[in-house]
Design a binder for this molecule. Structure first.
Ligand code: NDP
Length: 326
């Protein structure tokens, strides 16, 4: 391989943008020329030196990558294949995708569907994969459009925005809860929300049981918002929890579980087995309207990834940020 140096964000004590040496990469079976990465909440934490994501130093940041296979010893992959990878340790204990080159495990790669293309695959990224895994989990538990509305929390963020668009495309009535209703109402309605709620509606009463308003919940927020979402679930309703933007702890109560038979399902996109990843990507490709996906996506150059990530930590990020690496 001719390339020996490539640009990327590396986390030592802090994250810095540097020319990295090929020798830094691990000896894994597949080398990818990264074209796009993205900014997820975890990337924002890593790029801004917050603990809990990077578990090895120094480490190339970035939990997502999309690009072309340059070389592979894995039987599934050939040079030129367009692939994407979300999680699977990337940017946490394996060198990640916010760099021009990456060495990865071929088992974890997903082929980018031709009709999607690499930029839109990156726009989906971990956030979109997580939204789709949440939908699949709710449906495994019996949720269907006829069962009732689905509440999405943190609807303005990456997971939330894609969840709104995906659920609406799957014919669910979507209630989008946000802390920024005035700012985001029009946008969320355009993505497919039937109604936009102020998230204080979920947190104001503090009671464990409220009016039964929704059959399903996709929660990316945690904290009191999750408790409020559970309080509004219909009998036998089901909620997924994937995030902690509003707090890792939530003021839980057993009453929704024991009086209304609701279920709470955990979502972990990082260690999702390959077959489930494929199923989630298939659903995303079938359902997501490319124009809507574009409408919630902003593209920034690699050098600006850290600045762009600041909005996610401030809780003011909207939709998805794709990082143009090439
Ligand atoms: P974003 O920053 O894009 O979105 C988070 C959204 O949460 C914000 O846009 C905001 O939405 C809402 N929010 C932010 N701060 C608060 C607060 N203090 N109280 C209530 N709501 C708040 O992040 P992502 O969508 O990328 O990720 C969301 C969460 O999901 C993160 O915690 C992330 O780590 C987690 N996650 C987990 C995954 C998994 O596999 N389990 C995979 C992907 C993400 P609004 O303004 O509309 O209210």
């Amino acid at each position: 391989m001719e390339t020996t140096a490539f640009p990327g964000w590396i986390v030592r004590d802090a994250a810095t943008f540097e020319q990295l040496d090929l020798a830094l990469l691990d000896d894994l079976d597949t080398t990818v020329r990264v074209r796009y990465s993205s900014i997820n909440y975890k990337d924002a934490l890593a790029l801004h030196g917050r603990p809990g994501v990077v578990r090895r130093h120094p480490l190339v940041a970035g939990i997502d990558l999309t690009g072309e296979v340059l070389a592979s010893r894995h039987p599934r992959w050939q040079p030129g294949d367009v692939v994407t990878l979300n999680g699977a340790g990337l940017g946490e204990d394996l060198h990640g995708g916010l760099a021009g080159l990456a060495a990865v495990n071929g088992d974890d790669l997903v082929r980018v569907p031709a009709q999607l293309g690499p930029l839109r695959a990156a726009a989906i990224g971990t956030a979109g994969l997580t939204a789709a895994l949440s939908l699949l989990a709710l449906e495994r538990q019996g949720l269907a459009p006829e069962t009732g509305p689905v509440l999405v929390t943190g609807a303005g963020g990456g997971v939330g925005s894609i969840a709104v668009a995906l659920l609406a495309a799957a014919r669910y009535e979507v209630l989008a809860a946000t802390g920024r209703p005035a700012e985001l109402s029009e946008h969320l309605t355009a993505l497919g929300a039937a109604r936009v709620l102020d998230r204080t509606e979920l947190t104001s009463s503090g009671k464990p049981l409220g009016k039964q308003r929704w059959a399903g919940v996709v929660d990316a927020v945690g904290g009191p918002v999750l408790a409020g979402a559970l309080a509004g679930l219909q009998h036998s309703g089901v909620a997924t929890t994937c995030g902690l933007a509003g707090g890792a702890e939530f003021p839980g109560n057993v009453l929704p579980f024991i009086l209304r038979g609701v279920s709470l399902l955990g979502i972990d996109s990082v260690r999702t087995p390959p077959l489930r990843r494929e199923a989630a990507w298939q659903r995303l490709t079938q359902l997501l309207d490319p124009a809507l996906l574009d409408s919630l996506t902003r593209v920034v150059p690699l050098a600006e990834a850290k600045d762009a990530a600041a909005s996610l930590l401030a809780g003011t990020g909207t939709g998805r940020i794709v990082v143009d690496v090439a």
